[in-house]
Design a protein around this ligand. Structure first.
Ligand code: ZN
Ligand code: ZN
Length: 611
């Protein structure tokens, strides 16, 4: 939200300025008054809004409808499980109260903050301020939650300011919601400032800032904060464990992940299905499918998320048939698959070339389970067809989608064109991409590599010019490796930014050895027209994944598995080099790129070149 639509910063008047007389209250009979406690006790027992309205009708008949206790209970019932209808009803009741107190408003704000229309809480608050009510810490925590959900940064800042004026901004209920609000609005620096101002942060504040770091892809900071939390003598909650595990997963830090797993067991967090699911995800993303399976099999309760996590794990590790048989097992146990389950299954199909099965699952997802496909499911289908070389069919599939295709869908097809060497289709697809978004440097690189491999140098230089004209940037490649509990990151540099000359030298020596074994650098991939082959080879040589693997070779004992995580797709040349390294040095290399896992062993990769 660019401009604030509300002005909340002015301090409210301290006295009630409501001069309207209270509405005339019909006298309730003594009998009715006697039945009041019973009536009130019935309200929380209602199972639907309909039942609630029946009780309300009874209060009208007995002239008890304006009793504050009754109204409060009615409103609380409506806001405890907020639906559009119940919130409308609560708001209507609230409007009937001549001088509502802050507790009633808090109840309404809490309901709205969790409803489908959280912004209504903020709108209503401006009215409450005018009536002279003073907000308390509960008010702020609900309103800030509402701001987080609609990413209303300006309103959130105004609330922060008001909370500060009223001296509750450092409150243990308010500060974590402030951190969450700034995180949701992508202002991570502000979130960190709020955290920094807390004298003795409680575990809820820690959870908020750790989540904030993890969500913004700063897993190293998230883990450092986790250590700080422990040093402060605080006991983490299961929410902390979920975030910490997801940070390990993001980093691919297996040893650290294993340590956290021990911690989870020691403190009994393994009773939570969600924590176990996070463990499955962590082990899978850190390249240890066996451990993921062990966790999954040891669970005594499994919900849809747990099954899905295991299915996705099998799929990303290239075990398509296990993923599918797990889905069958899941159905037998009467657990309902959801959209993530099917993402995993479609992914498994696409990485195992199972086109017909993929179509069948896609159909059953919509027809049997009534799941509306998201853009990600469509992406899987395009990937499935593209990988199998059915490019025309994939093109038609995107063209006939019921929703507007995103550039990512076309990009998936572009990369399929590239791996199948179809320049004509590649150009057509590029045209479609540029109609939607032409700022993505990777597209030009992909198409230009495709043209380069077919020797179409005119096209290559044309694309290079276009890329410069449009100022399209390319995301730098980054690979990380964990050695002795420390995660080291390497960036692909055009031969300039070497982290250390020792590593640089070792990599040069390594490439010499690889060449003796038959490795030939694939310089056709380098996107620089008019550059000498030797120069191109240098650019390829210092790709981040090669740097990380070399670092692993240098710093781990012989025979240790090398685990590397890359932020982009692994390039053909690094893939080839990794195969040679696994053969010559007798090392297993597990490389996780943005798409999938590659397990290199004895000169071969588990992906079977299907990626
Ligand atoms: Zn590479
Ligand atoms: Zn591979």
């Amino acid at each position: 939200m660019s401009t604030p639509i509300l002005q909340l910063t002015s301090l409210p008047p301290t006295k009630h300025n409501n001069t309207e007389p209270p509405p005339r209250i019909e006298a309730a009979s003594t009998l009715a008054l006697e039945s009041l406690p019973h009536l009130i006790s019935l309200i929380p027992k209602c199972t639907s809004l309909r039942e609630l309205k029946q009780i309300q009708a009874h209060t009208i008949k007995t002239h008890l409808q304006n009793d504050t206790n009754v109204l409060t209970k009615l409103i609380n019932f409506c806001t405890s499980n907020p639906t559009t209808a119940s919130m409308e009803h609560a708001h209507h009741l609230f409007d009937k109260i001549p001088q509502p107190d802050i507790f009633l408003f808090n109840s309404l704000a809490r309901g709205y903050a969790r409803s489908d229309d959280p912004f209504k809480a903020i709108i209503l608050f401006s009215r409450v301020l005018c009536s002279g009510l003073l907000p308390d810490d509960y008010t702020f925590s609900s309103l800030l939650k509402a701001c987080s959900r609609v990413k209303a940064l300006q309103e959130g800042k105004q609330l922060h300011c008001l909370a500060f004026k009223l001296g509750v901004s450092d409150n243990m209920y308010v500060s974590p919601t402030l951190i969450n609000m700034y995180t949701a609005c992508d202002d991570i620096d502000a979130a960190k400032r709020v955290f920094g101002k807390i004298d003795e942060p409680c575990v809820v504040a820690y959870n908020a800032i750790i989540t904030s770091c993890a969500r913004k892809s700063q897993p190293t900071e998230a883990l450092a904060l986790f250590r700080e939390l422990q040093e402060a003598g605080l006991k983490p909650t299961y929410v902390t464990m979920l975030v910490v595990l997801s940070s390990c997963a993001l980093l691919g830090a297996l040893d650290l992940g294993r340590w956290i797993h021990e911690y989870v067991k020691k403190y009994g967090f393994d009773q939570y299905v969600k924590v176990n699911t996070a463990l499955i995800d962590m082990y899978s993303k850190c390249g240890s499918l066996d451990d993921a399976v062990k966790v999954f099999r040891s669970m005594d309760r499994r919900d849809t998320q747990a099954w899905s996590a295991m299915i996705v794990a099998y799929a990303t590790h290239g075990h398509g048939s296990q993923a599918m048989s797990l889905l069958e097992e899941m159905k037998k146990e009467k657990v309902q698959p959801d959209e993530i389950t099917f993402l995993g299954i479609l992914y498994a199909c696409s990485h195992n070339g199972l086109v017909e099965e993929g179509y069948e699952y896609f159909r059953s997802m919509t027809h049997e389970y009534g799941i509306v496909p998201s853009i990600k499911h469509y992406g899987c289908m395009v990937d499935l067809l593209g990988r199998a070389g059915r490019l025309d069919e994939a093109y038609k599939f995107i063209d006939e989608l019921p929703i507007k295709p995103t550039p990512i869908l076309w990009r998936t097809l572009l990369s399929a064109c590239s791996s199948h060497g179809n320049v004509e289709m590649g150009k057509q697809v590029m045209q479609r991409i540029s109609e939607l978004d032409d700022s993505h440097g990777g597209d030009y690189v992909l198409l230009s590599n495709l043209c380069a491999r077919s020797g179409r140098w005119d096209d290559v230089s044309h694309l290079r010019r276009m890329m410069i004209d449009k100022g399209a940037g390319k995301i730098p490649g980054c690979s990380s490796i964990e050695v002795n509990n420390v995660v080291h990151e390497f960036f692909s540099g055009d031969g300039v930014h070497f982290t250390s000359s020792v590593l640089h030298h070792a990599l040069d020596e390594l490439v010499k050895e690889l060449k003796l074994a038959g490795y030939v650098p694939d310089t056709s991939l380098v996107f620089h027209a008019g550059m000498e082959d030797e120069e191109k080879e240098m650019i390829l040589r210092y790709h981040s994944e090669k740097l990380a693997i070399t670092f692993g070779l240098l710093n781990t004992p012989p025979g240790t598995t090398i685990r590397v995580v890359k932020n982009l797709r692994v390039c053909v040349d690094c893939h080839n080099a990794a195969k040679f390294i696994s053969l010559i040095f007798g090392r297993q290399i597990i490389l996780r790129d943005v798409q999938r896992f590659h397990h290199f062993k004895d000169g071969k990769c588990s992906c079977g070149e299907y990626w």
